[in-house]
Design a protein around this ligand. Structure first.
Ligand code: HEC
Length: 236
């Protein structure tokens, strides 16, 4: 699959070595066995189950809504990732989410990445590509991934199913208390004791909470269909 948000790589190994490089590992010091062990573990790791009650009858009503509106991009279910467009990139003009991340990965950067590991021919990157959008990814464990979208600009699933004009313009990130009503972490609390949470301002460049909206993305579904869809997504 073309993943890594903008779909710029199909190789998990290259993505991981690139991330290790970015956080300070150098080709001679890279802990290859640990990276491979993590990779192998991740390949079939199952997400933790949703920890609150799930209304099975409501979730079963959400299943066909998901199949109709979401499955072709996000996979048949939380465990079956088949689907016409899964692991492919949706062009930015279609998905219309914030394009700063996409633009920050330039063609020049892509070419320069090919120079890394120059003394290690078998490890030089071959799969990085400049793309023109964001990737359609599987949604396993989606309940635990909030805040949503590549820039974490939408605090919960309920808001993601609202048009962007209705999504919170600012909220707090970093609180670990769960919000089972909206499905995400509580994002309205700025401080607990000595701990201040990060104030996320969606009006800043790169922080936009728009896109992934309109009839193709479920934001104009009737409220009861949205509720059923969210209940179903809790089972992923
Ligand atoms: C045309 C393909 C397409 C369709 C249809 C689609 N999505 Fe998406 N979805 C995407 C893309 C691309 C992204 C990533 C956008 C970004 O991060 O900027 C995304 C992101 C998401 C995310 C955020 C994932 C995360 O980890 O942050 C969720 C949740 C989601 N979609 C749910 C849905 C649901 C539910 C539906 C159906 C109502 C749906 N999508 C329909 C392409 C699609």
């Amino acid at each position: 699959m073309e993943l890594h948000w903008d779909g710029n790589n199909t190789s998990v190994d290259e993505r991981n070595r690139s991330a290790a490089f970015g956080t300070g590992a150098l080709p001679p010091t890279l802990d290859r066995p640990s990276i491979h062990r993590t990779e192998d573990w991740l390949l079939d790791a199952a997400p933790p189950a949703y920890p609150y009650p799930v209304d099975a009858a409501l979730a079963s009503k959400g299943k066909p809504v998901y199949a109709e509106h979401c499955a072709r991009c996000h996979g048949a279910s939380g465990t079956d990732f088949t689907g016409e467009l899964v692991g492919k990139v949706t062009p930015i003009d279609v998905i219309k989410t914030d394009r700063h991340r996409l633009d920050s990965y330039s063609f020049a950067l892509c070419v320069n990445q090919g120079q890394l590991y120059a003394a290690y021919p078998s490890e030089r990157f071959q799969h990085f590509r400049k793309t023109n959008g964001y990737a359609n990814q599987p949604l396993d464990g989606v309940w635990l991934r909030a805040p949503y979208l590549h820039n974490g600009s939408v605090p919960n699933l309920w808001s993601l199913l609202e048009p962007s004009s209705m999504r919170p313009a600012s909220f707090f990130r970093g609180y670990d208390v769960y919000d089972p009503r909206n499905v995400g972490f509580v994002a309205t609390v700025g401080k607990e004791g000595q701990k201040a949470f990060f104030a996320y301002d969606t009006t800043l460049p790169g922080n936009g909470n728009f896109g992934h909206e309109g009839p193709a993305y479920g934001t104009d579904l009737p409220e009861d269909s949205k509720q059923a869809l969210i209940e179903y997504l809790k089972t992923f």
